[in-house]
Design a protein around this ligand. Structure first.
Ligand code: KMH
Ligand code: ZN
Length: 279
């Protein structure tokens, strides 16, 4: 797709929790429905329009327990109008059937990762039949997917998925480039341009996020290439060298400021809904 011109509204997605960071190491990580609801309000005020959720149990451990998923979705919906995206990636230990069941919690959007990836010392498993089933199930349920691309091969896999199984709900195709995962594509401007240049023509919008220290180069690369931004403590808990992230809102504020410098003001949740094919 052609790069967006200056003035194009900017989607900021916040990924506040993730499945990898330990609450004991990072106490400011939101891991309860109350904490995530408060985070959602602060991030909405700071310019986020969508939230990408991984749920934790009462011991702060990642879980795909359906009642808890529903409780978290309700907590965010009661406190904000953010577009609610549930992770179907879960943690590297979650079985595929439970990852499909995430859609029973009726999110607005869900992540769909386009292939298996080495994930540090672990493997993030996404076999083709699972990816296909998730794509078809999301369309049946009217859930807007965000196709997560961790690697350049997954850019091509998305083309294959759309060729074989058609477009998702609303015929909008939204992508997130997840960059800098140890085992995935590098979190550099060069890798970002390579991925963005190769996206299928059916892609109507894309964002990018850089893990850890790749946050900043990926943010500026995406802004200048017409992409949108995902930020949050799922992806980085370091604000600057030697400085811990205080809150998710701090990361959203920085993204919003960078967007304004690039003449791209944060879009509201309703604009985000329309962009990804929801009413
Ligand atoms: N936690 C990672 C193994 C997603 O949310 O869909 C997978 C992940 C991707 O975070
Ligand atoms: Zn995630």
């Amino acid at each position: 797709p052609a790069p967006a011109t200056s003035g194009e509204p900017l989607l900021i997605t916040v990924a506040p929790t993730g499945a990898e960071i330990d609450k004991a190491d990072v106490p400011q990580l939101p891991t309860t429905p109350e904490e995530v609801a408060r985070t959602a309000v602060e991030c909405r005020e700071a310019g986020a329009a969508m939230i990408h959720l991984h749920v934790r149990d009462s011991e702060h451990r990642p879980t795909l327990d359906l009642p808890l998923l529903k409780e978290w979705v309700a907590a965010v919906r009661e406190s904000t109008d953010l577009v609610v995206q549930l992770s179907t990636g879960g943690s590297v230990h979650d079985p595929l059937d439970k990852r499909l069941q995430v859609l029973d919690a009726e999110p607005d959007s869900c992540s769909i990762t386009m292939g298996t990836t080495n994930f540090g010392d672990e493997v993030f498993l996404n076999p083709w039949p699972f990816v296909r089933d998730l794509h078809l199930l999301a369309r049946d349920r009217g859930v807007a997917p965000e196709y997560e691309l961790f690697d350049l091969g997954q850019v091509h896999a998305l083309q294959r998925l759309l060729d074989q199984h058609g477009l998702p709900v609303g015929e909008r195709v939204h992508v997130d480039l997840v960059m800098g995962v140890p085992g995935g594509m590098n979190g550099t401007t060069d890798a970002l341009v390579a991925a963005a240049r190769d996206l299928p023509p059916a892609v109507t919008s894309w964002s990018a996020t850089g893990i850890g220290r790749s946050t900043i180069p990926v943010m500026f690369g995406a802004l200048s290439r017409g992409g949108h931004l995902r930020v949050g403590m799922e992806d980085t808990v370091t604000y600057a060298r030697g400085v811990a992230v205080r809150s998710n809102a701090q990361l959203v504020e920085r993204a919003a400021r960078a967007g304004v410098l690039a003449q791209r003001s944060p879009m509201a949740p309703d604009e985000a809904r329309a962009m990804i094919g929801l009413r």
